[in-house]
Design a protein around this ligand. Structure first.
Ligand code: HEM
Ligand code: HEM
Length: 202
């Protein structure tokens, strides 16, 4: 009898415990805080590094050299974040598929994996191009990796072509990705921005 009452009290006490304020890891319902920070920080960094790169051509030589080195460091930072983000994804549960036709979930998974691969290729091509140009690659002075190969314009042009074409592919995929997210939000009235919103997950 007494034990039973105690159990009821404990259950009542447990019910009064405050909800955890922030969900760091993913759940099967939504992305956690860490995945959201990775997603939106990388979105901003990719936007910034692209903006810098596309404005380099019209700059004076000294501004161009400075901006190119900033672009490289931002690109390396994107590469570091990409690695950590991917490891985090592999170690976390994935939110359940959104409701929709049978082809939609596999297509969404494929698009997400391809986005990871395209981001990686962009970073690798950038580093390859810099190495073939005899330029060191670093992360805002935190570390610097000198060029390990002799300058080679053919190799540089090869990586530059990949860097340029792959950037267009990345842009096309991101546009498709944004349109899919907006479609889920407005047409399907899904909770897609609850799952990957900018604010902390509730
Ligand atoms: C550089 C631009 C972007 C890239 C590379 C990117 C990449 C990704 C990737 C790889 C995922 C899957 C996350 C995972 O499973 O690990 C994802 C999810 C998501 N992204 Fe983006 N994204 C970008 C921009 C955006 C923008 C601008 C929006 C908003 C309109 C957006 C909305 C979303 C949403 C809502 C999800 C969650 C999808 C779900 O619930 O399954 N993304 N993004
Ligand atoms: C996701 C990351 C990156 C994005 C979105 C990006 C994007 C771009 C874009 C759009 C250009 C202009 C291409 C053109 O029209 O000529 C460019 C140029 C360049 N990028 Fe990147 N980049 C990234 C990462 C990197 C990395 C990691 C490096 C090297 C460490 C790098 C090095 C360069 C260099 C040296 C140029 C100038 C090429 C030239 O015109 O000579 N990028 N990048």
């Amino acid at each position: 009898m007494v034990a039973g009452t105690g159990g009821a009290e404990r259950r009542a006490g447990a019910a009064r415990l405050p909800e955890p304020r922030m969900q760091f890891r993913n759940t099967t319902e939504r992305y956690g805080f860490v995945a959201r920070v990775f997603h939106w920080a990388m979105f901003l960094l990719i936007g910034l590094t692209t903006f810098l790169a596309l404005n380099m051509e019209t700059m004076s030589e000294s501004d161009k050299a400075y901006t190119e080195s900033l672009h490289r460091s931002l690109g390396v930072l994107i590469g570091v974040l990409l690695t950590l983000r991917f490891a985090w994804k592999l170690g976390n549960p994935q939110p359940a598929d959104l409701p929709g036709p049978a082809w939609m979930a596999p297509a969404a998974h494929l698009l997400h994996w391809l986005l990871y691969a395209i981001m990686l290729l962009q970073v690798v091509a950038g580093i390859g191009m810099s190495q073939a140009d005899g330029a060191e690659v670093g992360l805002f002075g935190l570390f610097t990796v000198p060029a390990v190969m002799a300058p080679d314009t053919q190799v540089e042009d090869f990586f530059l072509a990949i860097h340029e074409v792959n950037w267009i592919v990345l842009t096309v995929f991101v546009v498709g990705h944004v349109l899919a997210a907006l479609h889920h939000h407005f047409a399907d009235r899904g909770d897609v921005f609850e799952r990957m919103g900018i604010g902390p997950p509730r």
